[in-house]
Design a binder for this molecule. Structure first.
Ligand SMILES: Cc1ncc(COP(=O)(O)O)c(C=O)c1O
Length: 353
């Protein structure tokens, strides 16, 4: 069996969720969209069932598979519905709904649910992606609060630059939001992970932590006590001794300038490990620090074994507890979110349930 695996530590996931909720001091929806950022949505939601106040996903299909898997906690559709026909499923499954656009208000106006629908009204306070103008908050609230088909209402916004500790954009967004909803008797939701960790002064009733649940700190280096949930690892399947001048892999990117032992590892970019990383990107071989040498290929990559007492069959951690996924994201010129979401083909093994 090919040895590439993603080990998912569900106890770490619960630890991170509880840490998020404690830091925020309100209720918290665990964001499990995009297959729980690549970790397996149903397994993660089951591990958090009875712990989390609810879940958030990107679309109806994601919510449906959680309901089918037995998740009966609240589930919020972060982008609401995309077409009117979805509202019947939302009603049948008892989902919560973001409403961020006039077209969604129109869809709602033509639908009579079997029970009042809970709606999160989203306002654009500076991200300019989704959301109504804050100046419409009172009018929209009054109209929905007076509609018997609508149940609980939550006012929400989303932060664009919360992961930048020295940037005051989050405070400016909060001010716009606060001014708009001040007189409205509804709970509010502002913070994603970076907002929870970096901006305690703007916490509100509900948080929406995503990336921090999976142990990737959106503000690396701040020591927030998160535990990595995914370990991506494989094994050395061949060892080779290079002579000076020997080149390794496609494009001959690495050329040995002295005798050097390298190991061939059964994992590559088709598994989600980024092809963009340069020579020197860290890995851990049987717990010992090492580095990538040569270009990452589709199914394999090569690592430096010089001076290490390791060999064929040794375990290579690509990211996890020894090699922070943020470090690899930085080397690849991307973010941990993208790396985690992209993991595929490898075997997923769960522990800590
Ligand atoms: C509306 C909304 N809230 C919360 C989150 C979670 O963000 P993060 O993963 O940065 O915590 C997202 C993620 O994109 C989002 O779109």
């Amino acid at each position: 069996m090919r040895p590439a695996r993603a080990l998912i530590d569900l106890a770490a996931l619960r630890h991170n969720y509880l840490l998020a909720r404690e830091r925020h001091r309100g209720r918290a929806l665990a964001v499990v969209k995009a297959n729980a950022y690549g970790h397996g949505a149903l397994a993660c939601a089951r591990a958090l069932a009875g712990v989390a106040d609810g879940f958030a996903v990107a679309c109806l299909e994601e919510a449906e598979s959680l309901r089918e898997g037995g998740i009966d906690a609240p589930i919020l559709l972060l982008e609401g519905v995309f077409e009117p026909a979805e509202l019947a499923r939302v009603d049948a499954l008892g989902l919560w709904l973001v409403v961020h656009h006039a077209s969604q208000l129109e869809m709602l106006s033509g639908f009579t649910p079997s029970r009042p629908l809970d709606v999160w009204l989203k306002f654009n306070t500076g991200m300019n992606r989704a959301g109504f103008a804050p100046s419409r908050a009172r009018e929209l609230y009054a109209s929905l609060a007076g509609d018997a088909r609508i149940g609980a209402l939550v006012m929400m916004t989303h932060l664009a630059r919360a992961d930048e500790p020295d940037c005051d954009a989050s405070i400016a967004q909060w001010r716009r939001f606060h001014d708009a909803v001040e007189q409205i008797p509804a709970p509010c939701s502002i913070c994603n992970s970076a907002g929870i960790l970096g901006w305690p002064q703007i916490h509100a009733d509900w948080a929406r932590p995503g990336i921090m649940l999976y142990g990737a700190d959106p503000m690396p280096g701040e020591g927030h006590g998160l535990r990595p949930v995914m370990t991506l690892e494989s094994r050395i399947i061949a060892v080779r001794d290079l002579h000076p001048g020997d080149a390794v892999g496609y494009g001959a990117r690495f050329v040995a300038d002295a005798p050097r032992r390298i190991g061939l590892v059964a994992i590559g970019y088709a598994d989600g490990y980024p092809r963009a990383v340069p020579d020197g990107t860290p890995v851990a071989v049987d717990g010992r620090p090492s580095r990538i040498l040569g270009r990452v290929s589709m199914d394999m990559l090569t690592v430096d074994l010089q001076g290490l007492d390791v060999g064929q069959g040794s375990t290579v951690e690509l990211w996890g507890g020894q090699v922070a996924v943020n470090r690899i994201a930085e080397a690849a010129g991307t973010i941990a979110y993208e790396l985690l979401c992209n993991v595929k083909r490898v075997r997923f093994e769960y522990s800590g349930d």
